[in-house]
Write a protein that binds this ligand. Structure first.
Ligand SMILES: [Zn+2]
Ligand SMILES: [Zn+2]
Length: 123
């Protein structure tokens, strides 16, 4: 994938962040508004296809995060919408399934939804 300056800027924003970010949040953090939202969405799709980022969806909004050395996923609370980082436990299973289907996995995507401890006690 060609790394234009625009793409580098987006990667920098994701690198600095400890939480997944939506395209709107990324747009807000761009130092210079050199790209519009639809460019950001297209760029995020390209990153996703290339396996550079993962995404979790909440309320029809995608939140993106970098695939780093420490591969991880998110638990998303449907009550307070907090995102909790979790370790990946499916790499091993994915490998077995891939072998069975003679499938070459480049990356995978997973989000777990539910209610956090705090929100469970609200009901
Ligand atoms: Zn919650
Ligand atoms: Zn994983």
């Amino acid at each position: 994938m060609r790394m234009t300056n625009q793409r580098k800027e987006i990667i920098q924003i994701l690198k600095k962040s400890s939480q997944p970010k939506s395209a709107e949040m990324i747009y807000d953090e761009l130092p210079k508004k050199t790209m519009n939202l639809s460019t950001i969405y297209r760029t995020m799709d390209a990153f996703f296809q290339a396996g550079m980022i993962s995404k979790s969806t909440m309320n029809h909004t995608a939140f993106y995060y970098l695939n780093q050395k420490h591969h991880h996923h998110y638990l998303i609370c449907l009550g307070c919408q907090k995102m909790y980082e979790m370790d990946c436990h499916i790499d091993h299973i994915a490998d077995e399934v891939a072998k069975h289907h003679h499938f070459k996995i480049t990356h995978h995507d997973m989000t777990v939804y539910g209610y956090c401890e705090h929100c469970q006690t609200q009901n």
